[in-house]
Design a protein around this ligand. Structure first.
Ligand code: MTE
Length: 458
């Protein structure tokens, strides 16, 4: 179809705006069964009016279709009850809650993953989120031995090892130190792991949902290390240790520790949630999630990597030559289209705002290209501000679906010039026996029926 794009409005050959298409939510977002019925009834009505208009000639303007839809619609013609009565008083709930109509947008455990006791993961519903900030109640969770709600008055952080003055802080001490607030993404190294094995996980929540982005507040690790007087000559690494039953421990190289790592107590303007490490966690920007040690209780300064169980057995990559790659730190540049995405259905031909997220553990996202034909042709998407280092970046691009099969892909490029690879390019270097660190281009197939599914394009 010949078309041009002005801003994000797609114009057809005759210069008129394309009708906006409609999309069903992914299955896990569905509201109550009666609401699904309402939604599909009104969509059928819309489809009918759109077809009538199309039969009469070229596509009509969006405003004409809107007028047609309003004819006889009681939701616009009759005053609803809420315009005539008293609303509820304030402070009915001390802590604000989402609308009852949004209650099915939740983080979820994958039905396909085995839960080992409390060791589990819940995925963030990327398909239903906007912008780049993850609301605290939708932040993904990954625990090796379950989570705890630790009493902050008893929580301590010790700094020891190659330091002149070993220190122990309580939370009050830490919160009196100079603070910084920074926007960063966190991605589990196992995110998108199922795709290594050709397993078509159905929705973006399960393919990419071990990903979140928050404004974190805390103290720079460099401030604490300076206070402890770390030995600048011999100190090459730190070990961060959690206070949970898994005693999760991770080595972080000193240059990264001093660069931008933080000891954080807050996310998105409030104290951390218990499941995300309350009252204290490591924030290791750009580094895989496992190094963001939660319920942080100890930082040891050392002169060599520690080789703990969480770094020599887990989160390592089995390379094609049979060797293990350890200490993969940086989450490489990656992107994904979050809507339309697997499990959703395009209900009409017409205009769609294709939207998604891009990120890089090495800095800022420079560009995102989107393909609608499985990678043959690419168009540059619009990046929304803010575009910050080691943070999620939101992209949008307009697309007119002509009702035929299509394959949607996004490809991110970061400020170092690194280009997100195709899955076969990644496999050529990494083989196919990995679980971790899959940053390949994701493909969503749109069938002529409008159904969107997960496919791999080589
Ligand atoms: N820290 C401790 N103490 N225990 C854990 O199980 N899980 C790690 C990391 N920090 C973990 C931990 C893993 S594997 C990830 S991906 C991130 O925390 C997940 O952080 P989140 O649950 O806040 O999303």
């Amino acid at each position: 179809m010949n078309r041009s794009v002005r801003g994000d409005v797609v114009l057809l050959n005759d210069g008129k705006a394309a009708l906006p298409g409609r999309i069903s939510k992914a299955p896990e977002n569905f509201l109550h069964p009666d609401q699904i019925a309402q939604v599909s009834t009104s969509r059928r009505g819309f489809l009918h009016s759109a077809l009538t208009l199309a039969a009469g000639g070229a596509a009509a303007s969006a405003s004409a279709s809107a007028r047609a839809e309003f004819l006889g619609d009681p939701n616009i013609l009759e005053l609803p009850q809420h315009t005539k009565g008293l609303g509820r008083p304030v402070a009915e709930t001390g802590y604000g809650q989402p609308s009852q109509f949004e209650r099915n947008l939740q983080r979820r455990e994958s039905p396909g993953l085995t839960r080992v006791a409390a060791a589990s993961v819940s995925f963030a519903p990327l398909q239903g989120m906007f912008g780049i900030i993850t609301p605290n109640g939708l932040h993904f969770e990954r625990h090796h031995q379950g989570w705890w709600d630790i009493d902050p008055s008893k929580h301590r952080l010790m700094i020891n090892g190659l330091v002149k003055n070993p220190l122990v802080f309580n939370m009050d001490d830490l919160m009196r130190l100079p603070a910084v607030s920074r926007l960063h993404f966190i991605e589990c190294g196992a995110n998108t792991g199922m795709e290594w094995g050709n397993v078509a996980v159905p929705t973006v929540q399960y393919t990419h949902g071990m990903l979140s982005c928050c404004e974190f507040t805390g103290v720079l690790l460099s401030t604490l290390l300076d206070m402890a007087g770390f030995d600048k000559k011999s100190s090459k690494y730190i070990l961060a240790e959690g206070a949970d039953g898994s005693s999760l421990t991770r080595t972080i190289a000193m240059d990264r520790a001093l660069d931008d790592c933080m000891v954080a107590y807050a996310m998105n303007g409030e104290m951390l949630r218990p499941e995300n490490g309350y009252p204290l966690r490591m924030v290791a920007p750009g580094i895989q999630g496992v190094s963001w040690v939660k319920w942080l209780r100890r930082i040891e300064v050392g002169d060599q990597p520690y080789g703990t169980k969480d770094e020599v057995i887990h989160y390592i990559d089995l390379m094609p030559d049979g060797r293990h790659r350890q200490y993969t730190s940086i989450q490489e540049c990656k992107s994904v289209i979050t809507s339309p995405s697997g499990g959703q259905t395009l209900l009409d031909k017409g205009f769609y705002n294709v939207t998604g997220l891009a990120w890089s553990g090495r800095g800022k996202v420079k560009r995102v290209d989107v393909s609608f034909d499985g990678g043959r042709n690419w168009e540059t998407a619009r990046l929304e501000s803010p575009i910050q280092s080691k943070s999620l970046t939101r992209f949008n691009i307009g697309w007119v679906w002509n009702g035929g099969p299509a394959i949607l892909q996004s490809r991110a490029i970061d400020e170092t010039g690194y280009v997100q690879p195709k899955i076969n390019q990644l496999r050529a270097v990494r083989g196919s026996r990995s679980i971790y660190h899959n940053n390949a281009i994701q493909s969503w197939k749109v069938a002529a029926s409008g159904e969107v599914s997960n496919v791999q394009v080589y």
